[in-house]
Write a protein that binds this ligand. Sequence first.
Ligand code: HMG
Ligand code: MG
Length: 310
Amino acid sequence: MRTVSLPPVRPDAVIVTESSSRDGLQSLGAIVPTEAKIHLIRQLISAGIRSFDAVSFVNPKAVPNMADGAEVIAGLADVRDGVELGGLVPNRRGLDAALEAGVDTLGVLTAASDTFNLRNINATVEEAMERIRAILDDTPDDVDVRAYISTITHCPYEGPTDPDRVAALAERLLEWDVGWVYLGETLGKGTPADVEVVLEKVLAVAPPDRIGVHFHDTYGQGVANTHLSLQTGIRRLDSSAGGLGGCPFAPGAAGNVATEDVLWLLDGLGMEHGIEATAVARASQAFATEQGIRVNSKANDALMSGAAGS
Ligand code: HMG
Ligand code: MG
C-alpha cells in the first residue's frame, strides 16, 4: 500500500475532504461515465483539493453509480502524489475491494439510528459496529480510517436522535483506534441548536482533532453548522463541490454543504485550506452542465456570475 505524505500545514489549517464523486453521485439515477468522474476529481486536484471521499465499494445493485470505484482510483494513478483518495466500505468484502484498488483512506459506517442503518447497509447499529471491528482488525496500519456516524441529529424514519447515543458510539470508535470519527448530519435538517447539543456531548468524550463533520444542506444550515463546528476546534470538514449529492437511503436529503460555500466561509475567517474556490466552482459547474444536473451553492452562483468581484 502506498503511503501518502501530505504537504505540511499550519496546525490550525482545515482539512476539507471532497465528497462530490462519492456522496455527490451515489443517488443520481443516471449513470455518470467513469471518465467524467475521473475528470472531475482531476479538476478538483488542480484546484488544490488534497483529500477525497472519492468512491465507495458497496453493492452495485443498491448504488449503481459506485460500481466503478476501482476504475476511478486506477484512472488517477498519475496524480496521486500528496493526494489522499478514500473509499467507503460497508463490510469486509468492501474492504478487500478497496485495498485491492489501492485507496489511501477508508470510510467505515454506522449510524445513531437502527432503522436508517438497516435501510442503508442492512445492519443494526450494533451489527454495523461489529462489521467495523472486523474491518479494523484487517486494515493495514498505513491506511487511515474515518468512521462515520450518520443521523446525528435526525433519522428519516425515527425522528430526532439521542445525542448521548452519538457520543457513546464516538467514544467506542475512538477507543478502537479509528483515525477520526466523522459526524454525519445525513438529512441536512439540523440547525446549529441541534448540532451544538451533539457536539457538546461528543467533545466531552473526544478531542476535537479526532472529530470531523459531514453536513448535508437540505435546509440551508450547512454553512452555519460548519461555522459552529470550527468554533469548537474541529478542523476536518466534508463538503461537495457544487453541493452535489444526497443519500439514496435518506429520501429528500440534499447534497453535502457545497465546497465553494465552505471555502468562502474559511477565507472570510482567515483559515488556511489551500484550495482555490473559483477553480472548484468552474469544475463543479462544468461537471453539472455536462451531466444535466443542478449546482446547489450560493458561492458557486456568485463566483460564476462574477458577483464576487463587484
Ligand atoms: P449485507 O446485507 O451484509 O450483504 O450488506 P450480503 O452479504 O447479504 O449481500 C447482499 C448483496 O450485496 C449480494 O449481492 C452481495 O454480493 C452484494 P446479490 O447476491 O444480491 O447480487 N455485496 C456487495 N457487492 C459489492 N461490494 C460489497 C458487497 N457486499 C455485499 N462490498 C450492503 C449489504 C451493505 C452491501 C448493501 O446494503 C449496500 O451496498 N448498501 C449500500 C450502502 C450505501 O452505499 N449507502 C450510501 C452511502 S452511506 C452515506 O451516504 C452516509 C454518509 O455520507 C454519512 C452521512 O451522510 O451521514 C457516509
Ligand atoms: Mg452523506
